[in-house]
Design a protein around this ligand. Structure first.
Ligand code: PEP
Ligand code: MG
Length: 687
């Protein structure tokens, strides 16, 4: 018998609902098929259902034949017509199994602590006989050591066929490798403390695909016809990935990555090739990759990364920001062939000049070692500024604060004499896990920060996800221009289930010190007013429940031209401004901050950007509020005098730039002529 059904399942039958549906169908003894247009699929196979690509609001036909057909059609129609199945709250995270299962990489010789070194030196690199490759200088300092190449390498089977007597052992080997891979995939991830079941469900769905007829079944059939286990895995897995990749639905298409990741992981296990990720680096290493995402680094053991080289990215990529905040020299956007990079076993890098040497001469390491020693002397002299609260020569006080992304950075920031925190990037808390952290966990982090720096202010930025910062626990829409898209405060205002727990945690933590809240990517005063209304409501709810809390000072980042041009209006609504020069530069100059080919055009020191900063400082002064800079420009020696003379009260930067910045502030001469301050071109040429 047959019955037509309009599918109401949220976003149709993709991985998770397809798995649930197939499981339900398997509970009936009758044969079950689902028809979409001309195509029919076995309703008991999750993979076949996914490949059928059934969308929400589509009309399909359910066909059943057998004893319990009536009951089956009733139950399955009910499932398909249930709009609450897979609602956004339980939506599948964007994280792919390709990432979860770790990409295939080439492990190189393990570095030893003695074999790798790095420093923050800014002196020029010594000349060397080996020609350098050139990239974008992204994080200061020099480093050398053993290469850890983090590339997705194609895994190749060493033989295609086996002898007839080997077939049984090949089948056993495949079964064991599959289960070992799935066990590793389903094991709790280090640091994952959430009780959200979404990622478990995702991995369970992938495990179902792995064990299905379309994956394991197809592989076993090929092995039975004398293919080797690895050759069969690669053939069937990659064919299945292609089937997904050619689906019109963008979301299902992206499941191809999961299948490829699964295939590579099983094949690597069969071939005895380890599948390292940045969380299990063999020792101190220079990581060389095509691209490193912020989540890649959030999961890495940064103590073992002495240098970073990528063929993509530029100085304001978040990878560069993380590298700087951990004092890891980095060169991004390197113009080099991947094969050349993969073949290297040792590398030396200069993150200040953007130079990279592969398999360099030993003299280079000797020169770098000297440079490291010289820089240590400079650093030791700077320690005298640790407790200094710097003033310019004419007595203007300037706060020099730290940009942080984790509590692990509190101590280095305090040691560097940070006068509070000018920017705490909360998104980094959200990245090293498969789901969003809960209110209590966030509260503990924010309270620890507030306590650690009291009475100095600690400015916590609300979640700034989107653009180049995807979140594993949140599904972002595919956008043509993500930097102009659903990011920062826009995303938070649309996602109360993420935003409100964060605001509640901040209200509760505010009783522990001088905590301030800052909103990213503000475009319009209405966004600020909406947040204030939410905070007032949450504060009233906490009061009613007798939970200790306080209303923190609220400020905004000035990152968009719209915020610059309406700074006077915005200044009346908030307690402080902080200029995000990384984004402000890209939006004023219309230059993508991630594009290495445009690095020369990405200039915060351009008169247009300086003019914008001046306008913001003037609006802040008129309203009597403070103004800081927390973009990378704040720590740049060449820009510090300009920013201070334009009226900036606070500079917030990576901890390792603080002492140098304090010293520079004490050397700033006042601008004698007001006209010079008002004319950025003049300020520029003064540098
Ligand atoms: C900025 O845009 O300057 C900033 C500090 O924010 P982020 O770099 O995190 O986008
Ligand atoms: Mg920004």
């Amino acid at each position: 018998m047959e019955t037509p059904v309009i599918v109401k399942v949220h976003e149709g039958l993709h991985a998770r609902p397809a798995t649930q549906f197939a499981k339900l169908a398997k509970g009936f003894s009758c044969s079950l098929k689902i028809g979409r247009g001309e195509s029919w699929a076995d309703a008991k196979s999750a993979v076949k259902l996914m490949l059928l690509g059934v969308k929400q609001d589509e009309r399909i036909v359910l066909r059943a034949e057998g004893e319990d057909e009536r009951e089956a059609l009733g139950k399955l129609s009910e499932f398909l017509g249930d709009a609450s199945v897979n609602l956004p709250a339980g939506e599948e995270p964007a994280a792919s199994v390709a990432r979860a299962a770790a990409p295939a990489v080439t492990p190189q010789e393990t570095a030893t602590p003695a074999a790798a070194a790095s420093t923050q030196s800014t002196q020029p690199t010594q000349p060397t006989a080996t020609p350098a490759l050139k990239g974008v200088p992204a994080s200061e300092g020099v480093a050398f050591g053993t290469v850890f190449a983090y590339f997705r390498e194609e895994i190749v089977a060493d033989r295609q066929f086996v002898a007839p007597h080997e077939v049984d052992s090949e089948l056993t080997r495949f079964g064991a490798a599959l289960e070992e891979t799935l066990r590793a995939m389903l094991a709790p991830r280090p640091g994952a403390q959430c009780d959200d079941e979404t990622d478990d469900e995702i991995f369970a769905a992938i495990a179902d695909v792995a064990r299905s007829d379309d994956f394991a079944g197809a592989i076993r059939t090929l092995v039975a016809s004398r293919w080797s286990a690895e050759a069969a895995t690669l053939k069937c897995g990659l064919d299945l990935a292609v089937a997904f990749a050619t689906l019109p639905d963008e979301y299902l298409k992206s499941r191809a990555d999961d299948i490829r990741g699964l295939t590579r992981a099983v094949a690597a296990t069969l071939l005895g090739k380890p599948m390292p990720s940045l969380s299990d680096l063999p020792g101190p290493s220079i990581v060389i990759a095509e691209e490193l995402s912020a989540p890649d680094l959030a999961r890495a053991d940064l103590r073992h990364i002495v240098g970073i080289v990528c063929t993509t990215g530029s100085a304001t990529s978040h990878v560069a920001i993380i590298a700087r905040s951990h004092g890891i020299p980095a060169v991004l956007g390197l113009d080099a062939h991947h094969d050349t990079l993969r073949a290297a076993s040792r590398a030396a890098i200069d993150g200040s000049s953007g130079e990279v040497w592969l398999d360099h001469a030993p003299e280079l390491e000797a020169a770098m070692t000297q440079r490291i020693a010289a820089q240590r002397e400079v650093d030791a002299a700077l320690l005298a500024y640790r407790d200094v609260e710097p003033q310019t020569r004419d007595g203007r006080k300037v706060v020099v604060a730290a940009n942080l992304g984790s509590v692990a950075e509190i101590e280095p920031a305090r040691r560097a004499g940070a006068m509070g925190v000018g920017l705490f990037r909360t998104e980094l808390l959200f990245m090293d896990r498969q789901c969003v952290p809960g209110e209590q966990e966030q509260y503990e982090v924010y309270a620890e920060l507030a306590r650690a720096f009291a009475p100095w202010p600690v400015i916590i930025r609300t979640l700034d996800a989107g653009a180049d910062k995807p979140l594993p626990g949140v599904r972002f829409p595919k956008e043509e221009n993500p930097f102009l898209g659903w990011r920062g405060i826009r995303m938070c205002l649309d996602s109360p289930e993420i935003f409100e727990p964060q605001l509640r945690a901040l209200l509760r933590a505010a009783v522990h010190g001088n905590l301030c809240v800052m909103l990213p990517m503000v475009d319009d005063v209405d966004e600020v007013r909406r947040v204030k209304a939410i905070m007032a409501r949450l504060a009233a709810e906490l009061a009613a429940a007798q939970v200790p809390h306080a209303l923190p000072r609220l400020g905004i980042m000035i990152e968009t031209p719209a915020a610059v041009l309406t700074a006077d209006t915005l200044a009346r609504e908030v307690a402080f401004f902080s200029i995000g020069t990384n984004d402000l530069t890209q939006y004023i100059m219309a230059v993508d901050r991630m594009n290495p080919n445009l690095a020369a055009l990405y200039r915060t020191e351009h008169p247009a950007v300086l003019q914008a900063i001046r306008m913001v400082c003037d609006a802040a002064k008129r309203a009597g509020i403070s103004v800081g800079v927390c973009g990378e420009a704040a720590g740049k020696p060449a820009l510090i005098p300009t920013l201070v003379n334009l009226g900036v009260d606070e500079l917030s930067m990576s901890p390792n730039a603080i002492l140098r910045a304090k010293k520079l502030v004490t050397e700033i001469e006042p601008v004698r002529n007001e006209a010079a301050r008002a004319l950025p071109e003049r300020v520029c040429s003064d540098e």
